[in-house]
Design a protein around this ligand. Structure first.
Ligand code: MEV
Length: 295
C-alpha cells in the first residue's frame, strides 16, 4: 500500500509555537511517498540508503514502524520512500515521511487507525527522535490545509504568492529548538516577551492572509524575522539572502527551525518574478491535501 503526505511552511510563529504561542502553517504542493509491503523481515529503502530498523540512518521511519507495531504487531515489512521534499530544509520532510509511513502501514496491515490516531502516533515519533517539538509539523502533514495553531482554526489564504528559496544549508530542527530552549533558560523574561511578540504577529496575520493584503503581511514578515534573529536562529547567509530579497521588493523570513533551510518571501508579482530570476526557488500552492492513500 502506498501513501503520501505533504511538506509544509510555517508562515508565522515557528519556535514560539513550541511554547504554546500561535502559529500559522500551511501544507504545500511537495509530497513524500511511502510504500509498505508485508514481508518476513524489516527493510527500509530510501534515498538515505537501504537498512533494517535503523534509528541512526532512518530515525523517523524506524520509530514510525516501532510505534505502529505497538498498536498492531508485525513480523516484517518492506518500506520504500520517495520524496519531493528537500531534507533538513525547514519544509517538514521528517513529519511528512513519518505520517506517510504510518498511513502506508495502516493501509497494508489494517490496524483501524483514524487520521487522528495517525497524528497521535506521529507526534510520539517526533518526540522519540527530537525529544522536543510542538506537534505542528505532524499535524499539518496529517491534515493538510492552512491553520492557526494551537486553536486548530482553518484559514483561507487569498491570492498570495509565497516564494520559497532554499539557502542550501541544513536546518536541524532538534538542534535549533534546543538552542532556543537554552536561550530561554538563561533569559526567561526577555525570551518570553519575544515569544509574545511572535504570538501577536501570528494572530494579526490571519485577516491580511484572508484578504490578500500583501503590504501588511510584508510588515509582519519583517517583524517576525527580526524576532527570529533575536532568538538566534538566523545566521549571516540567511540575513544576506533576506537583505537581497528585500532590496528587490520581497519581504522574507525563515520558515521552520532556521540555522539554514528555506526562507519564504512575499511581494508584488513583479518583485517575486525578479526574485525568482535572481535566486531561483519556487512558488508555493498553499493548503495542499493532508495524508492520503495513493493508487
Ligand atoms: C519546525 O518546523 C518548527 C519549530 O517551531 C519546531 C516545532 O514547532 O516543533 C521550530
Amino acid at each position: 500500500m502506498k501513501a503520501s503526505a505533504p511538506a509544509k511552511i510555517i508562515i508565522f510563529g515557528e519556535h514560539a509555537v513550541v511554547y504554546k504561542r500561535h502559529a500559522v502553517v500551511t501544507a504545500i504542493n511537495l509530497r513524500c511517498y511511502a510504500e509498505a509491503k508485508k514481508s518476513d523481515e524489516i527493510k527500509i529503502y530510501s534515498p538515505l540508503g537501504v537498512t533494517g530498523l535503523d534509528f541512526k540512518v532512518h530515525p523517523y521511519v524506524s520509530y514510525a514502524i516501532k510505534r505502529f507495531s505497538e498498536v498492531k504487531p508485525i513480523n516484517g515489512v518492506e518500506i520504500r520512500i520517495e520524496s519531493d521534499i528537500p531534507i533538513a530544509s525547514g519544509l517538514g520532510s521528517s513529519s511528512a515521511v513519518t505520517v506517510a509511513v504510518l498511513k502506508a502501514l495502516e493501509g497494508e496491515f489494517e490496524a483501524g487507525l483514524s487520521n487522528d490516531e495517525i497524528f497521535e502516533l506521529a507526534r510520539k515519533v517526533e518526540l522519540d527522535v527530537q525529544g522536543i517539538g510542538s506537534g505542528t509539523d505532524p499535524f499539518i502533514a496529517t491534515f493538510g490545509g492552512t491553520w492557526l495553531i494551537p486553536d486548530r482554526k482553518r484559514i483561507n489564504i487569498k491570492n498570495i504568492r509565497i516564494l520559497v528559496v532554499n539557502t542550501g544549508k541544513s536546518s536541524i530542527t532538534a538542534e535549533m529548538v534546543r538552542k532556543v530552549a537554552e536561550l530561554k533558560r538563561r533569559h526567561p523574561d526577555a525570551v518570553d516577551k519575544i515569544f509574545d511578540a511572535i504570538d501577536a504577529i501570528a494572530l494579526e496575520s490571519v485577516e491580511p492572509l484572508e484578504k490578500g493584503d500583501i503590504k501588511t503581511l510584508s510588515e509582519l514578515f519583517f517583524l517576525n524575522q527580526c524576532m527570529l534573529k533575536a532568538i538566534g536562529v538566523s545566521n549571516s547567509e540567511i540575513d544576506d539572502l533576506i537583505e537581497r530579497l528585500t532590496e528587490i521588493g520581497v519581504s522574507a523570513k525563515i520558515t521552520g527551525a532556521g540555522g539554514g533551510g528555506c526562507v519564504i518571501g512575499i511581494g508584488d508579482d513583479k518583485s517575486i518574478e525578479r526574485a525568482m530570476k535572481t535566486f531561483g526557488g519556487f512558488l508555493v500552492e498553499a493548503g495542499a491535501d493532508g495524508v492520503r492513500i495513493e493508487d
